[in-house]
Design a protein around this ligand. Structure first.
Ligand SMILES: C[S@@+](CC[C@H](N)C(=O)[O-])C[C@H]1O[C@@H](n2cnc3c(N)ncnc32)[C@H](O)[C@@H]1O
Length: 226
C-alpha cells in the first residue's frame, strides 16, 4: 500500500496544477463522475457529510453547491491541496489524516471519498475509521479508478503506464507523481474485491457501479443500525 510521506509530498507538489491536469487526463469526464456521485447523495438528503481526502475540493464543492441544507466538511492531510478547496469556496475545511479522524463516533450521515482511499497507507484501517464516524444507517460512498475488463484492459493499461505519465508530466512538471498513479490503480481492489473489503470493515448493503467502460467505479456501503 502507498507510503503516506511520499503521497503527501507528491500531492503538495502537484496541488497548483491538480484540477487542470484531472480535466485534461480524463477529457472532462471527472466532472461528470462527481456529478453522478452528488446526484445520489442529494436523494439521501444528509444533514452532515464528511468528505475525506478532499484535495482541492472538487467533490466537496459540488456537494456543498447541490445540497445547501447539508453541513459539508472537507478534510485532507495535505494542507497545500486543501488550501485550494478553501480558496475555491469550500466553507469548512480541516487538515486531518483519514486514518485518525478528529471526530467522535457516529457523527455523520454520509462519508464520501473520491480518488482518495487508493492513496492511503492502510485501506482496511481507513475504511474502519470511516465506519466509526458514520451514524448507524449512515452511508459510505467511494469513487475511484479501476481497470476495465475485456478488450479495453490492455489499451487502457498502456495509456495508464506510458501515455498518462508523459502527458501529466508535461502539464505539471512532476512525471513521477503520475507514474505512481498507474501502479496505485493496479494494486487497488475493485468490483467484488472492494465490496468484500468494505464488508470485512463492517459495511453492509454494498454495491458497485462501474462508469465510463469500468475506468472508474462508485461503491456504496451502509453502517448497520446498531
Ligand atoms: C487524487 S486526490 C483526490 C482529491 C479529491 N477527492 C478529488 O476527487 O479530486 C487524493 C487526495 O488524498 C489525500 N490523501 C491521501 N492519503 C490521505 C490520508 N491518509 N488522509 C487524508 N488525506 C489523504 C491526498 O493528500 C490527496 O489530496
Amino acid at each position: 500500500m502507498p507510503d503516506a510521506v511520499y503521497v503527501r509530498d507528491a500531492f503538495a507538489r502537484i496541488a497548483d496544477r491538480y484540477v487542470l491536469t484531472n480535466h485534461v487526463l480524463s477529457g472532462g469526464a471527472d466532472i461528470w463522475w462527481r456529478k453522478v456521485v452528488t446526484a445520489r447523495i442529494r436523494k439521501w438528503k444528509p444533514k452532515r457529510l464528511l468528505d475525506v481526502a478532499s484535495g482541492t475540493g472538487d467533490l466537496a464543492l459540488e456537494i456543498q453547491d447541490q445540497c445547501p441544507a447539508c453541513e459539508v466538511i472537507a478534510t485532507d492531510f495535505c494542507a497545500e491541496m486543501l488550501a485550494h478547496a478553501a480558496s475555491r469556496g469550500m466553507a469548512k475545511t480541516l487538515v486531518a489524516d483519514a486514518l485518525s479522524l478528529p471526530f467522535p463516533d457516529r457523527s455523520f450521515d454520509v462519508v464520501t471519498v473520491a480518488f482518495g482511499l487508493r492513496n492511503m497507507a492502510d485501506y482496511p484501517a481507513a475504511l474502519r475509521e470511516m465506519h466509526r464516524v458514520l451514524k448507524p444507517g449512515g452511508r459510505l460512498l467511494i469513487l475511484d479508478f479501476a481497470l476495465p475488463d475485456g478488450i479495453l484492459r490492455t489499451p487502457y493499461r498502456l495509456y495508464l503506464h506510458h501515455v498518462l505519465p508523459r502527458l501529466a508530466g508535461f502539464v505539471t512538471g512532476q512525471r513521477d507523481a503520475y507514474e505512481y498513479l498507474g501502479g496505485s490503480i493496479e494494486a487497488f481492489p475493485s468490483g467484488p474485491g472492494m465490496m468484500r473489503l468494505m464488508e470485512s470493515c463492517g459495511f453492509s448493503e454494498t454495491d458497485a457501479t462501474p462508469l465510463t467502460f469500468g475506468v472508474v467505479s462508485i461503491y456504496e456501503g451502509t453502517r448497520a443500525q446498531n
